[in-house]
Ligand binder design. Structure first.
Ligand code: FAQ
Length: 311
């Protein structure tokens, strides 16, 4: 332990300043950041798969170009986040091995299937919408490289959210079949999107400490409520119904009341028994193996360049 370092760390947190990679930090602070950042990075990388499913089948050239750009952004977000985690001393190969071995978490939401085109709309509107709601406060996270990565990610996520909303808006202005497709998709994605914020506050083991360290700024339930309050007027503009019969404005609280979430489903998905857990990991493993030659070539090139510099 470094007494001066600890005092300085506590001062930084108390002043709501930023902790930088060269600063002393408690091991538990480092560990929880690596846990949260790597989980987020893996979510971005695995999160490319549900949408990649539709790149080859997008209904127009324009839609295809937009979807490709979005999925590429997700790869980029993964890279910023792996870089932020690397400044804490855990390298990307290690995190990748944990992902492929199935021992690392990624967001529950990416274990749901995308059978219809409307799912591209729902992912943008609901999944990216939830992501922004969760991540805007993370731009102020106490760890510098993480907060700064989040600023750029949030800007890109806003575009993703709007493109999803616009897909649904187009479908809702279409034929009865298209409207039905949009509604059916929203019905499937609504509850899983609410689960993205994590377990209820009284069952969230990490929240209290993460909030004391200024990593998380708002609780899981607090963010979930903020998200629901945001969605209701947007659903009205779209003309879709949110599939919760208990959803109603509570004048006293100044928030929408909502029905209970199915936490058994959440725990099943986390335990690996969601619709697509096995498929997502298998695809990731295969892509990693298929990319071995690229890593080998990049390493050989880097070595040759280093040797040349020494000459
Ligand atoms: N799925 O004590 P807490 C995106 C775990 S957005 C799976 O409350 P914490 C953009 C949690 O890790 C999605 N696991 O934990 C995109 C912990 O287990 P651990 C990614 C979950 O950390 C859009 C345990 O449950 N965004 O990718 C989930 O304080 C479209 C107990 O929970 C982020 O990761 C879940 N939903 O709060 C990409 C944002 N919820 O780690 C492509 C950053 C909880 O102890 C297409 N992360 N768990 O083994 C966070 O803000 C936090 O980590 C929370 C969880 C809020 C997710």
């Amino acid at each position: 332990d470094d007494a001066d370092g600890r005092t300085r760390f506590e001062e930084l947190i108390a002043a709501d300043d930023r902790v930088e990679p060269s600063d002393w930090m408690p091991e538990a602070y480092r560990k929880t950041l690596v846990r949260q950042i790597s989980q987020h990075a893996h979510s971005e990388v695995i999160g490319m798969q549900p949408e990649a499913n539709w790149i080859g089948r997008a209904p127009s050239l324009k839609r295809k170009a937009i979807l490709m750009a979005k999925v590429q952004d997700e790869a980029g977000h993964g890279l910023y986040l792996y870089s932020a985690a690397q400044t804490l001393g855990t390298d990307r190969d290690t995190m990748f091995e944990q992902l492929i071995a199935g021992s690392a978490k990624y967001s529950s939401i990416f274990n749901y299937l995308t059978p219809t085109w409307a799912d591209m709309g729902s992912i943008g509107w609901l999944v990216d919408g939830a992501a922004i709601c969760n991540q805007v406060p993370l731009c102020r996270a106490s760890y510098g490289p993480y907060g700064r990565a989040m600023v750029r990610i949030c800007k890109e996520e806003s575009f993703h959210q709007r493109q999803g909303f616009e897909i649904l808006l187009s479908l809702m202005a279409g034929t009865p079949e298209q409207r039905a497709m949009a509604q059916e998709s929203v019905n499937r994605w609504y509850w899983p999107a609410l689960m993205m914020f994590g377990p209820p506050d009284d069952e969230s083991p990490n929240s209290q400490q993460s909030m004391a360290w200024n990593i998380k700024r708002l609780s899981n339930d607090g963010l979930r409520q903020r998200f629901i309050d945001m969605l209701v007027p947007q659903a009205e503009v779209l003309g879709v119904t949110l599939p919760d019969p208990d959803l109603r404005w509570n004048e006293e609280r100044g928030h929408y009341d909502h029905g209970p979430l199915d936490w058994d489903e959440f725990h099943e998905v986390l335990a690996g028994r969601g619709q697509a857990n096995a498929q997502r990991l298998e695809r990731r493993r295969q892509a990693h193996e298929d990319g071995a030659w690229v890593r080998e070539a990049a390493r050989a090139y880097a070595e040759r360049m280093a040797a040349r510099r020494e000459e």
